[in-house]
Design a protein around this ligand. Structure first.
Ligand code: GAL
Length: 445
């Protein structure tokens, strides 16, 4: 049982569901380009069609209403609403205005993500997050969106998963645009990305009455193998926020969240990267750390740790450990206990889980239905852990990823995360068992 104002929601993202990538003057995004490169997408698909939510949004809103959630998190495609001359594109804006009106009609609150990875190609050509004007472009885009949606949207998430944008997009390069950044460029891009967040936040506060704002990083918490060992828990907390110069530093927590919530990069940042620091001014840090309302976080999995010979050691998952249909998604329900707990301890703000969900090898059964007990089991276990931690800290909401099966980035359309199955042959939607299970849970709670 969560408290009565708890926000149950579902989430999606523009490129993953909308399709109609050439409609109404939309400018191409880095994902349109990236998906054309041979070998980048496991099943060679792309988002050209996806769920066709650009025209099927009414059906989607209907399904959200029937589900009984109070909130729908979706993202805006920058390239639909701003043209290549950096001017507003009214047709693109109209799509989101109509979508929000449909949602409001049914009492569903829109939670709008401004950047869920579909950078317009023309901006990427200017340097993307390495361009020192990118935060001004982002502020302008935010200004246009918030004015167009004025009176319809008050809850904004500036940026989804900075870790994936920079680590997956510019270090490991399995995401768009796939251009490699060395450490110096990476630090520069991180700083510019945080300034994008800060300037967007400034525009939202200026234009939107009673706004709420946050950004939505992702992380895999370090989880104590022995829950009764308090010393181990303390070490896991430290591990979760640790920053070193390892290959994956752009994939960590504190390098983004400390500046936003605590007003500066962690001490280790200045020590580890002392010879390659970007230019950081007092004004930048004030901009980045303007107060936000929530700690949003996307959680899917975590890693167990134990003390081995007195040293904190990551435990390997044993063969056959339960996992989803993607290799990174081990079923570790305590993720939703320790993750929020550690975040709250450090940053002391209400928590909203902006994404959590399961990838399953779903099929249409002979009875015409989609039975996905594994997804139900996953969400159930994770929510029980969230409920447990909500007795100790301030947890405000939970969004399932995702409402619909959709284009799962480098894995393509083949990997399914939805509560609703998409039959890509004809665009038909089939509500899975997990959809009905989630519906019942919300009704009961
Ligand atoms: C997140 C991402 C979503 C979705 C999900 C499942 O990293 O924000 O867009 O793809 O993972 O993999």
């Amino acid at each position: 049982m969560f408290n009565k104002n708890f926000i149950f929601g579902v989430s999606t993202a523009s490129y993953q569901i909308e399709g109609y990538t050439k409609a109404d003057g939309r400018c191409p995004s880095v994902w349109d380009e990236f998906t054309k490169i041979k070998g980048k997408i496991a099943d060679s698909t792309n988002g050209d069609k996806a769920c066709e939510s650009y025209i099927k949004y009414k059906e989607d809103v209907e399904a959200i209403a029937e589900l009984g959630v109070k909130a729908y998190r979706f993202s805006i495609a920058w390239g639909r609403v701003i043209d290549e001359n950096n001017k507003p594109n009214q047709k693109g804006l109209d799509y989101y205005i109509i979508l929000c009106k449909e949602l409001k009609k049914r009492g569903i609150t829109p939670y709008v993500t401004l950047y869920h990875w579909d950078m317009p190609v023309w901006l990427d050509k200017l340097g993307g997050f390495l361009c020192d004007d990118i935060s001004d472009y982002f502020e302008h885009y935010t200004d246009v969106v918030t004015k167009a949606l004025n009176g319809l949207v008050k809850d904004y998430i500036t940026i989804n998963e900075p870790q994936c944008i920079l680590f997956a997009g510019h270090r490991a390069c399995y995401h768009a645009p796939g251009t490699y950044y060395d450490n110096k460029d990476m630090l520069h891009a991180i700083h510019n990305l945080l300034k994008c967040h800060g300037k967007a936040l400034r525009a939202i506060r200026k234009n939107v009455k009673n706004s709420t704002v946050g950004f939505a990083p992702c992380s895999r918490p370090a989880i104590p193998q022995d829950p009764n060992n308090k010393e181990l828990e303390k070490l896991c907390y430290e591990k979760y926020f640790e920053l070193t110069d390892d290959e994956e530093f752009a994939n960590t927590v504190s390098i983004y969240s400390d500046p936003v919530f605590l007003g500066d990069y962690p001490k280790a940042y200045y020590e580890v990267f002392k010879d390659i620091l970007p230019k950081i001014t007092k004004e930048d840090l004030e901009l980045i750390s303007q107060p936000v309302d929530y700690i949003y976080q996307n959680y899917y999995s975590g890693n167990y740790y134990d003390l081995v010979d007195g040293k904190l050691t990551k435990l390997p998952f044993h063969a056959g450990f339960p996992e989803g249909n993607v290799d990174w998604l081990q079923v570790v329900p305590e993720t939703l206990y320790y993750g929020p707990k550690f975040l709250y301890q450090r940053y002391k703000k209400p928590i909203i889980i902006s994404e959590n969900g399961f990838c399953n090898n779903d099929v249409i059964s002979l009875d015409g239905k989609v039975h996905d007990p594994e997804r139900i089991d996953y969400i159930n276990r994770y929510m029980l852990e969230l409920e447990r931690v909500s007795k100790e800290i301030d947890v405000r909401g939970y969004f399932v990823w995702s409402l619909l099966d959709n284009f799962e980035w480098s894995y393509g359309l083949k990997k399914r995360f939805g509560l609703i199955y998409i039959d890509y042959r004809n665009g038909n939607r089939i509500k899975k068992d997990s959809y009905y299970w989630y519906k019942d849970l919300i009704k009961k709670d």
